[in-house]
Every structure is written in C-alpha cells, then in structure tokens.
Ligand binder design. Structure first.
Ligand code: ADP
Ligand code: MG
Length: 452
C-alpha cells in the first residue's frame, strides 16, 4: 500500500526526551525524538540493544510519560495509557491455568466487554492468527511459536488502531520466527489482519526491511533518530534480491557511521554528574578481546575489506553481536567502517599478523590511548597506595554514569585490561591489581592487610 502525506496521523511523537535516575546521576535515554505514524503504514524502529527502543515504545503506549515533549493519539495528548494501541512483547506471560481462548479473552475483560461478545471476538482473533483448533489448549501444551501467536491474538482482539510490537520474534528459534513473520506479511497483504497500522521494534535489520514501509534507525547514547528509510519494495519481499541487499547494506552503513557523530555530540553529555576522567561518558563497546581478534583475522583473510552484512552472515551474528565488535575495532584504530564495508587499518594488519605476546602489547598501547575506562583504571591503580582497587568501588562510580550497563562496562574493561596485561583481577578478593611481578606478591598482600 502506498502512503500519502494526507493519511490520518494516528501517533505523533514530538520532541520527546526521557531520562532515568541512576545511582548518583541521571541518564538520558531518549533525546528529542519526533516521529509520526500514519494510518495504514508499518514502521520499524531499528536500533542496537540499549538504544532506547523499548523506552520509546512504552512512551507511545502511554505506559510511561516522557521527561520532555509529548505523545499524541489522533491529535490528543496522552495522559495515561494510549487508547489506540495494543502491545506484543518478546515473550508473553500467559496464564498457565487458562486455556488459549480464556487467555485471549483477558484482553477484552479488562475493557469491560460482555462475555458473549468476548468469546465471539476472541474466537475470531484466534482464527486470524492461525490458532484454530487450539482454543481449549493450555499454554504448556503449546510450542514457543504458538504461544507467541496467543500473544498476538490477545493484542489483536481489542482491535487497536496501532499494533505496537517489541521484538516479537526474538525469543523464537530462526525457523519459527521466519514462519510467523511471513504469515504476518501475508495477513497484512491479503487484508485479513484487522489492524492495518503497526510499529515494530527490532534489532534485526532484515526483519525491519522485510516488514516495514518505513524504517527509523535509532542512534544510541542517547537514543535519537539517526535516519529514516522508505522501503518501497513490493511485498512479500525477497531478501536475496539485490534491492533488498542494498537496503541492508545501507542500514549497516548508517549504524556504523553513527559512531563518529556520537563522539562529536558527547559534549552534550549524557549524564549530569561530572565524569571522573575525560571521555568516560562514552561507554566502551562491549566486545571481548577474543571477538576483536577474530574479526581482524576474518578481515585479513578477506584481503582487508569485507561487507558488514557478509561478515554478519559468515559469523551468524546479529547487529547486537557484530556492532560492538566493529565499534571496538574502530575505537582501537584496528579497522574502519566505510559505508557498508569494514576495512582493516595498517595497525589492524599488524595486529592480525602478530604473535600473542606482541598482539597483547599492541592491544595494551591502543587500549590505554583510546579506551577512557581502561586508562582511568590504570591511572587509579597507579595512584592507589595498595596498587589495587575494589572492583565494587569502581562499579559504584560507573553506575552513576551508565546505570545498569555499569556491570557490562566493568566486565569489558577487566577483559581488555587483563588481555593487555595492564592490570589483573582477583575474583576472590574482588580487586583490580597492577600486574604482579613474581617478587611483589608478598608485599601486595602485606599492604592489603593494612588497608582493611
Ligand atoms: P532497547 O529496547 O533499545 O534495548 P531500552 O529502552 O530497554 O533499550 O533501554 C535503554 C536504556 O534505558 C538502557 O540503558 C536501560 O538500562 C535504560 N532504562 C530503561 N528503563 C529504565 C528504567 N526504568 N530505569 C532506569 N533505566 C532504564
Ligand atoms: Mg528493548
């Protein structure tokens, strides 16, 4: 279906920002988001994990209020739950002692619909979503895919204007999700889907391009709309077609191209507390040193340059797996994204060709130069009397900056620092330590005892 600018505007998001309090600070998750959803269109919201997709969806559903800006349904500003939407989550909390039919009816019970009408509408939704014959089954008798269909039926039964979906296929295995996705596409195409308008949150590029008329790409830290793509391909879409693949490439380019801009804009600080070192407000890409090394070897084996989509295919990675590794390689000056491709740098070639000892040395130098958190820990260790730090103290400091991502940040910094032999981590005492020299161990123990 082709959209015109005159179609009714069902959802309006205007200059929405959302911040959450963290231990000792505040984190801006969404920054100045504006978007509209018009009747009849399917919009995908694509972004990495943690970019604020679910937060934005919850604002649109009216489950939480924005810190600034406004959300409106059919021109009326929300003041509580959005009356025109229903939500499908990643996995559904079905009531185990209720049948499929009863679980679907629940959506209507909450709306005060009378029993007879409830039953009739629930049966219709069950039919539409392909659960015919399972009306009296209990959730435990159903596969994951069938349970997710119950989730869809429960959302569709209220006949919302706009179906909001938060990664609805990501808890399913590949074949099941493929099956359910294609069925949705078919239902939208043949008109059997009662709700014509949808917003689907996903971190899967192909899913976004397969389903949506329009893809909004969300940037991270803080979440803002980075780009918007119209997907004009006829449905159902052939993901092996050159046009489809070109769009996938374009999105990869947008997603990896964001890094430089994100760095430029960190002056607008994502927190209100002053970081205790320059650059600390930008989180480390959470990639393991093993994955970074593997990526460089793969690049080197492909002559130095390879398409990001091809790399993801080869590794069977989704963007949440691949992009942090790409970001880390970029941060460490080992590889550079160029449009849809990733190209190894001179530094990266040397790294890929080095033996372990040299690779570790090189990694240590690059990490101290480019990774603020690693540098911060090295400095703090050098300034501490004991040559050690309680990991818990570092974590407390990081929580103010990164909220519940603090632990991932610390884990990554520990992995990087350990690999580069910049510091050690002793899990028994929960301490970070400067590298031990064989004859320094006794002294370190002694000092620890004094520090208490
Ligand atoms: P996504 O869905 O894109 O993975 P989310 O919207 O779930 O991202 O989360 C974005 C960021 O907001 C994350 O860093 C998350 O920790 C933070 N966040 C989400 N909800 C809350 C909350 N209620 N309190 C504090 N932080 C939150
Ligand atoms: Mg989410």
């Amino acid at each position: 279906m082709s959209m015109t600018a005159t179609a009714t505007e069902l959802i309006t998001v205007a200059n929405v920002s959302k911040s959450f309090a963290t231990d000792g600070g505040e984190k801006t998750v969404l920054s100045d988001i504006s978007l509209t959803i018009r009747e009849g269109e399917i919009v995908a919201l694509l972004g990495r994990s943690g970019s604020g997709k679910s937060t934005l969806l919850r604002c649109i559903a009216g489950l939480i209020g924005p810190t600034a800006g406004r959300v409106a349904y059919r021109g009326t500003r929300l003041n509580g739950a959005n009356p025109g939407t229903a939500l499908v989550f990643q996995s559904f909390a079905l009531l185990p002692w209720f049948t499929v039919l009863e679980n679907v009816e629940l959506g209507l019970e909450a709306k005060g619909v009378k029993p007879a009408e409830r039953r009739e509408r629930a049966l219709r939704a069950i039919d539409v979503i392909g659960l015919d014959g399972f009306e009296s089954a209990y959730p435990k008798e159903l596969s994951g895919g069938m349970r997710q269909r119950v989730g869809f039926a429960r959302a569709l039964v209220v006949e919302p204007d706009v179906l909001l979906m938060d990664e609805p296929f990501s808890a399913l295995d590949v074949l099941t999700s493929e099956n359910l996705r294609s069925e949705l596409v078919r239902m939208w195409a043949d008109g059997s889907m009662p709700t014509k308008t949808a917003l689907i949150v996903t971190h899967n590029i192909e899913e976004a391009i397969q389903l949506a008329d329009r893809v909004l790409v969300l940037d991270s830290n803080p979440g803002r709309i980075k780009a918007e793509l119209a997907v004009g391909l006829p449905k159902p879409r052939d993901r092996r077609s050159p046009e489809f693949e070109a769009l996938v490439d374009e999105v990869y380019g947008i997603l990896t191209g964001q890094k430089a801009e994100a760095r430029r804009t960190t002056g607008e600080s994502t927190t209100t507390t002053a970081p205790s070192g320059p650059g600390l407000e930008t989180p480390l890409p959470t990639a393991s040193t093993g994955a970074i090394g593997g990526l460089l070897e793969l690049l080197a084996a492909h002559g130095g340059t390879e398409g990001l989509a091809e790399i993801a295919d080869e590794l069977r990675y989704e963007i949440d797996d691949l992009l942090p590794v790409v970001d880390a390689a970029n941060l460490l000056n080992l590889a550079r994204p160029q449009g849809p491709d990733l190209r190894i740098t001179e530094q990266g070639r040397r790294y890929a060709a080095s033996d372990l000892l040299r690779a570790k040395e090189q990694f240590a130098t690059l990490a101290v130069e480019a990774a603020p958190l690693v540098r911060h820990i090295v400095r703090a260790l050098r300034h501490s009397d004991s040559g050690s730090l309680r990991a818990d103290d570092v974590l407390t400091e990081l929580k103010a900056l990164y909220g519940d991502e603090a632990e991932q940040q610390l884990d990554t910094a520990i992995d990087w620092g350990r690999y580069g032999e910049l510091y050690e981590f002793d899990s028994d005492s929960d301490r970070l330590l400067l590298p031990t020299h064989p004859d320094a161990a006794a002294g370190a123990d002694h000092r620890d005892a004094h520090e208490g």
